[in-house]
Design a protein around this ligand. Structure first.
Ligand code: PMP
Ligand code: GLN
Length: 378
């Protein structure tokens, strides 16, 4: 048997979470909250189950949830997505990303991605015969050199994938970035996949720059989102994809055979829950407090950092502590100090090791304090 993905290992999230569990370590590796989703939302799922919403949902998702997402896009950004034709509910953002790539990328197509990159993009591109063209970002600023991006465009470029706020760096794209991207894409047939799962986790009063706000981007963009990040229930695996009608029609042709439709009772509950904007608009403050608590507690350690601007991840540079590889150091910290993180070389081009670990601060204040105490003794 010839592997279709010979180079692809088990995801670092599985590896580190399993090790954290085995070693009984604080798990700040895989990104998920260690606190509960709102009880009201959980009760709404229960109610939907009791009310018999236990059979297949419609293929693109239930209409009331698509309508609620459409209302949210209108209310937040003043943009219009038709719930009938331009919104599809997916099994998390992962399936939205997989399906968007499966729908569009053919053999020998090139897809530009920025490294460090979230781990599902590249293998999915490869599965469909495409080639990921990696742009390695500066390890400190993570700023995109748009001139370089432009120079990498060829007649094989099918798609560019951006992610803002960015996992793992916590950087965000600015309006200037989006305009530069528009400049590159205008008058081309290149598609955009804009992974915006941390849309509601953005700090210091910054505004999320959704591709939906930029006409040249919106007309060619699959925008992916995840309720798991926003409502503290990553295990529900519900997200969605937005795209213009023609692209979404193609997306649904794949979606219907990829998964057909996704979990019905949670869709019913989320449709109801989304009607109250404070349920997602308070998230920026909620996580900013956690970021600030974490950083204030570790400011005197030997780790160096630039505060995360978005996502629930903070990068810490350990070059003042050890010469070990980030992978070895992450494993040793888990086994000896009982704290798990993610080495970011796994997201970099050719495993570039910049001596940086990623810590997830989607944790109770108690967990954050325990983690900081450990880091203060390293
Ligand atoms: N994209 C990014 C950047 C992510 O961080 C994640 C989740 N870790 C996903 C996509 C996948 O989201 P979901 O869990 O909804 O599949
Ligand atoms: N997105 C999460 C992270 O970056 C993990 C998702 C997963 O485990 N696949 O940690």
């Amino acid at each position: 048997f010839q592997s279709k993905l010979p180079e692809v290992p088990t995801s670092i999230f599985s590896v580190m979470s399993a090790l954290a569990h085995k070693e009984n370590a604080l798990n700040l590796s895989q990104g998920f909250p260690d606190f509960e989703s709102d009880k009201n939302l959980i009760n709404m799922v229960h109610k939907a189950m009791v009310n018999g919403k236990n059979q297949y949902a419609p293929m693109p998702g239930i209409f009331s949830l698509r309508q609620a997402i459409s209302n949210k896009m209108e209310h937040l950004y003043g943009v219009s997505y038709n719930p009938e034709t331009e919104i599809t509910i997916t099994a998390g953002a992962t399936q939205a990303i997989f399906t968007a790539i499966a729908t569009t990328v053919k053999k020998d197509d090139e897809v530009l991605i920025f490294k460090p990159a979230y781990d599902c993009y590249e293998p999915t591109i490869q599965l469909f015969g495409g080639k990921a063209i990696a742009v390695q970002l500066d390890p400190e600023s993570f700023i995109i050199d748009w001139k370089l991006v432009k120079s990498l465009i060829t007649d094989k470029t099918r798609m560019i994938i951006v992610n803002t706020p960015h996992n793992p760096s916590g950087r965000i794209l600015t309006a200037i970035d989006m305009l530069q991207l528009e400049n590159i894409l205008k008058d081309t047939n290149i598609l955009l996949l804009s992974d915006e799962v941390y849309e509601h986790i953005i700090f210091d009063g910054e505004l999320h720059q959704t591709a939906a706000l930029y006409p040249v981007l919106a007309e060619r963009a699959f925008i992916t989102a995840s309720f798991g990040k926003t409502f503290h229930n990553t295990g529900w695996k519900i997200g969605y994809c937005l795209a213009p009608k023609e692209l979404m029609a193609e997306f649904r042709k794949v979606h219907q055979f990829n998964v057909f439709s996704v979990n019905h009772p949670t869709q019913v509950a989320l449709a109801e829950y989304l009607k109250t904007p404070s349920n997602y608009l308070n998230l920026n403050n909620f996580y900013q407090q956690k970021r600030d608590l974490f950083l204030s507690l570790i400011k005197d350690t030997r780790f160096e950092f630039i505060p995360s601007k978005g996502t629930y991840f903070q990068l810490l540079n350990f070059k003042n502590i050890t010469d070990e590889s980030d992978y070895d150091f992450a494993i040793r910290l888990t086994k000896e100090q009982k704290i798990a993180s993610v080495p970011i070389s796994v997201f970099n081009e050719n495993g570039l090791d910049t001596k940086v670990l990623r810590f997830c601060f989607a944790k109770t204040d108690e967990t954050i304090k325990k983690a900081a105490e450990i880091l203060c003794n390293i």
